[in-house]
Ligand binder design. Sequence first.
Ligand code: AMP
Length: 554
Amino acid sequence: MLSTMQDVPLTVTRILRHGMTVHGTSQVTTWTGGSEPQRRSFAEVGARAAQLAHALRGLGVGEGDVTGTLMWNNSEHVEAYFAVPSMGAVLHTLNLRLPADQLSYIARHAGDKVILVNGSLAGLLLPLLPDLPQLEHVVVSGAVADEARAALSAASGVRVHEYEELLAGHPTAYDWPELDERRAASLCYTSGTTGEPKGVAYSHRSIYLHSMQVNMAESMGLTDADLSLVIVPQFHCNSWGLPHAAFMTGINMLMPDRFLQPAPLAEMIERERPTHAAAVPTIWQGLLAELTAKPRDVSTLTQVTIGGSACPPSLMKAFDELGMRVFHAWGMTETSPLGTVARPPATVAPGSEEEFAYRLTQGRFPAGVEGRLVGPGGEVLPWDGASAGELEVRGPWVTGAYVGGVEGESTRPADKFSEDGWLKTGDVGTISPDGYLTLTDRAKDVIKSGGEWISSVELENVLMSHPDIAEAAVVAVPDEKWGERPLATVVFRDGASADFLALREHLASNGIARWQLPERWAVVAEVPKTSVGKFNKKVLRGRFAEGALQVVRV
Ligand code: AMP
């Protein structure tokens, strides 16, 4: 028997219509660095999205055409988030931290026909233009330096427009088409530290379902009473789904634009009083140092979502002391990204050590994401909290392939997808009998010493709990006797000095087995970061191989 239920497509358009009407008074506030931020209601953002859709149609953007954005987190970027997919075109958020050759590769691969760019990023786009033969229009939003403006207007092959001029005069309503929910709504490329970046095409349906999950109490669970400081970039898995989730439930958003340094972030928190914020650990480490040096009133910020890489226990503790409760989450570009969230079970006592241990795990899978661990021989491992294997996932907001590019078919490389269609995450860990995932490493970062595994993340977490250490990253280096051994690279806090023997003792007294203690150490000025702010271990391994690190053996 077929169901009697209406078959209503789950689309971004539906989220837009709902947000701009039912939650029309909720706001997108964009930090300008000046005395007054820019404030727009969801109703205004929706009206401007309609104007943008008219303008893009005027430029020849039709169904399925790709419109790129090279933008910070701001209101205009949210307008593009809704206008482009709702008109039936495909939004492509370009990662502005990527090197020029990767950016032009990605924009070419996706076939960006129009690129919306913030004026402050025009200089980044300029050198890419000769490599983008398919690009027809560039739309500049916000102030742009005279030189960049002149160079843009002189660029051959593209027509340059000013965002506000382009929108002006267009109707504030658009006859949005009824779309198939399975069509691509937006594209995001992985930040790929190995090989070329790979494209993931989110569907209208996957965005809709993912947004509902983001809004569930077991995930972020925010409402129109909240103001979320959206630090995680809009080009990093759609800011972890926050803008779409916001239009569903009316969450107010505070967008930092280009002001991502610790001092302006602290000022934003004090002045605008957000209740929630989301970012990767490196941002929080910086903010913590800033707040320690210059205390501010951050009392409204009671919920912090941390993900993208493992949250060090020392960071979680420090934030707890500031009254900011950390919610640790795991995900990937390929999983939209929400995969797991660490909300402890209701049965554990609040504030207990047991509760803290639960909060440090990567968390539980929501009903929409299935997870399994696979051993080296392809066998599915039990959820016993001890058997470690590679995590594989599947679900309606998990990708089943990578985009093939303008002319290619989508691809399903065997190292990324199992034969029965699960995504191989490349993450290694355990799952407890009550369903909590603990990741010990990326498969490629785990240190294989004498046939045993050493978790680089565990060593880093204990090192970063030492008061003298600002950052620590551990990588595997070749060793004649053991195959691989850990090399610990550390960044000391100002005024602290190197005593590697004491650091070894610190590790040993915090539960690290003697045979796992690193004997190779190096001091670095900063741990290199990827384009989304994670430790870039590939660069560290490269520096070691070139002999560019001063390694001390203890
Ligand atoms: P990306 O696609 O850039 O978001 O990277 C996804 C990868 O980031 C995952 O496969 C993990 O290796 C890592 N990651 C994300 N969240 C966490 C977390 N909470 N703990 C540990 N690793 C994480």
